[in-house]
Write a protein of this length. Structure first.
Length: 247
């Protein structure tokens, strides 16, 4: 017996002789059967899907031509020593840094020939945008520091790339909000010093930006006296004003 919710009736099918009667077997296989839907499942079907949380990655600044890239590489002081090593033999006949059409590249030689890479040397003002495209986009998936670094190194290189990518991933806002709670250890408690004189040690913090802003004020500068616990708060339009207020 099969309950067919689509046709609102019950079909009686003899399943004992389905092996002897081909017509009965076909009827058994083609009979429609619908599972019972709960109220939660019905209400979920009516709701729109929850949009994915993605960070808008600015594309402007990356659509530069070869000539502009040459100028940025030449003007970057952190790449000066690499220009001096360009097209020179280092460690035998291997050239670690090479130039193609005036653009600086790094030649990485792995243990196997398949691991050899030609990496573009990125100037300092483009490095954050490169890591943002590899880490923050929808297809990137906000991977960890190791996988993000491996993906960046497939095409790019710059001095201090390991620390740069590690700090960027560790400071990603979406990664910190969505990380599993059990993977982050609690910070150990520390003893605070006892303050005997009022207003000698102040704890200062800036809250913001607030959205929507109230009368153009987006930040709140808070101060607390560590001796008397006396609080004070001041509103400001920019963090620069708030920093000047602390002085």
């Amino acid at each position: 017996m099969i309950i067919n919710h689509n046709k609102s009736h019950i079909e009686n099918i003899d399943t004992n002789d389905q092996g002897d009667n081909p017509e009965k077997q076909d009827e058994w296989l083609t009979a429609e059967c619908a599972a019972v839907k709960t109220r939660a499942m019905v209400s979920k079907e009516g709701r729109p899907p929850v949009p994915l949380k993605t960070k808008s990655v600015p594309i402007h600044g990356l659509d530069i031509g070869p000539e502009e890239l040459k100028l940025k590489q030449k003007a970057d002081s952190s790449l000066k020593k690499y220009w001096e090593l360009a097209d020179k033999s280092v460690g035998g006949d291997k050239q670690q840094f090479i130039t193609k059409k005036g653009i600086l590249y790094r030649k990485y030689c792995g243990k196997q020939n398949a691991d050899n890479l030609i990496q573009l040397v990125v100037p300092s003002e483009l490095r954050e945008k490169v890591v943002s495209l590899v880490h923050d986009t929808l297809l990137a998936g906000h991977r960890g520091a190791g996988k993000t670094l491996s993906r960046v190194q497939q095409e790019f290189y710059w001095p201090g790339i390991h620390d740069f990518v590690t700090r960027y991933v560790a400071s990603c806002d979406l990664c910190q909000r969505n990380v599993s709670k059990g993977t982050v250890a609690k910070a150990p408690l520390a003893k605070l010093p006892l303050i005997g004189t009022p207003f000698t040690v102040m704890c200062v913090d800036i809250i913001g930006p607030l959205s929507p802003p109230s009368d153009g004020h987006r930040y709140i500068l808070t101060t607390i006296d560590m001796c008397t616990r006396f609080p004070e708060a001041d509103i400001s339009t920019t963090t620069l004003y708030a920093l000047h207020a602390t002085k």
